[in-house]
Design a protein around this ligand. Structure first.
Ligand code: ATP
Ligand code: MG
Length: 428
């Protein structure tokens, strides 16, 4: 049921009926909320932190909502900076010796905004009259998904639900707040976020929300590239890019999101291998993900074959990487690293025909390339011969056909290859 509710009462979950204890809340965030409260303002924990605490997870950050205006927040907290367009957000800084800086975001309740934040707004609307600010209910309604629209009130330790988020948390549903025909066009990045939260929380996307994504999928191409890249980076850090993009593909979002990327057999295994690295500890580098996104398309245009030339490969790589990195404003450095990784695949595909093997296998980035290439070969069902050749080469037994009879030089060099990185980890 959807209706425009004005001043409706929230569902109130009293303290004994929910698991959010103050011991689970960041002490700095608690300190700010208590201070706001003492000054007579409302002070809520908002957004992802409430959701995660209710699910028993550790929140990434503790964002606060209040009816204090940003200027009032700044007056209360010396260690505070106003940020964002119109300075509607306050960041309160906590610096302690020997500890990383803690930043708590305090935002004033606001009503729904018609514009995409990333697009900015005409200066004449940049007034301080307060008309963009709103009630707690309006602030809940302008959020993206019901499970992200819950509040925890420091005044009486209750959880406030204006949007049906508690039911959806129980049911495991990602449900857009409001009408998908309005709220997806208003900010298309929400479509990707829906898929992202579903994967992260292992929730399903509610039917009407999913239908909205299918219908408006094309609009994602108009989403703010900077914000889309941020979301994609977050997925990489969490090691869930493969399942999220697979779901995007099912919903028709993938091609408008990444028009350069063709979905072939090799794509998801390459992304999944990068995800596995990310989940294992240090996240896979952005350049590695970029190469994984590009390789199936690049290989489609110019197959990784024994007779492939590096010059042609370079051109094929650039045709895919350049528009991708331009749109998402990915640095030349990262693009260069991705390009190197892709070209290394062409080197590997040449197998015994590749001339400077000794130098190649001793490069610090060889292990990554070798691992990447093997995943690709297996997933795409190609280059099996090249893989077998390199395996033998790395094991120190040159394939019989390539052993140059009587070549003592080659023989003497072999021990250097022993202990060359095999892809099981960084060698040496
Ligand atoms: P995370 O754990 O990834 O930080 P989060 O829910 O806190 O998850 P954020 O991106 O940090 O997500 O955003 C904080 C809150 O701001 C969200 O919970 C949501 O209520 C609101 N929000 C974020 N992006 C949007 C958006 N595009 N449209 C509407 N509301 C949004
Ligand atoms: Mg957050």
């Amino acid at each position: 049921m959807e209706e425009e509710q004005a001043n409706s009462l929230p569902i109130v979950l009293p303290r004994p009926d929910h698991p959010i204890s103050r011991a689970l809340i960041d002490p700095d965030a608690l300190w700010i909320m208590r201070r706001l409260r003492r000054e007579g303002y409302l002070a809520f924990l908002v957004g992802g932190a409430v959701r995660d605490l209710l699910l028993g997870d550790a929140p990434k950050d503790f964002d606060l909502g209040t009816d204090a205006r940003p200027s009032e927040v700044r007056r209360l907290f010396r260690n505070c900076r106003l940020i964002g367009r119109r300075f509607r957000l306050a960041h309160v800084y906590f610096r302690r010796r020997g500890q990383p800086e803690n930043i708590i975001e305090v935002s004033t309740f606001r009503s729904r905004e018609k514009w995409d934040e990333a697009d900015g707004i005409p200066p004449q609307d940049l007034d301080l009259s307060g008309h963009v600010f709103g009630t707690p209910e309006e602030d809940a309604q302008r959020r993206d998904f019901t499970v992200n629209g819950l509040f925890y009130d420091i005044a009486d330790f209750t959880v406030l639900d204006y949007v049906g988020g508690l039911d959806d948390l129980d049911a495991g549903l990602i449900r857009l707040i409001g009408d998908p025909d309005e709220r997806f066009p208003e900010d298309p990045v929400r479509m990707l976020r829906a898929v992202e939260f579903a994967a992260r929380l292992e929730f399903s996307i509610e039917k009407n929300t999913a239908a909205g994504i299918r219908k408006h999928a094309q609009l994602i191409a108009q989403g703010s590239p900077a914000r889309l890249r941020d979301e994609l980076r977050e997925l990489q850090r969490r090691g869930i890019l493969a399942p999220v993009l697979a779901e995007c593909h099912r919903l028709g979002l993938l091609t408008p999101l990444l028009p350069e990327v063709r979905v072939t057999d090799g794509l998801f295994p390459l992304l999944a291998a990068a995800d596995a690295v990310s989940r294992d500890g240090t996240p896979a580098h952005e350049s590695h993900y970029l190469a994984a996104l590009a390789l199936p398309t690049v290989a489609d245009a110019y197959p990784l074959a024994v007779n492939a030339t590096l010059e042609d490969a370079q051109r094929a790589v650039a045709r895919v990487l350049d528009p991708l990195t331009q749109r998402y404003q990915i640095s030349a450095h990262i693009r260069h690293q991705a390009k190197d990784l892709l070209l290394s695949c062409y080197r590997l595909a040449r197998g015994k025909a590749y001339r400077t093997k000794g130098k190649f296998v001793r490069r610090p980035d060889f292990a990554e390339a070798w691992e990447f290439f093997q995943v690709w070969a297996e997933a795409s069902g190609t280059a099996a011969e090249a893989v077998a050749y390199w395996q033998a080469y790395l094991a120190g037994e040159d394939a019989p056909a390539t052993a140059i009879p009587g070549s003592g030089r080659k023989r003497r060099r072999r021990p250097r290859h022993r202990g060359a990185p095999t892809g099981a980890g960084p060698g040496g």
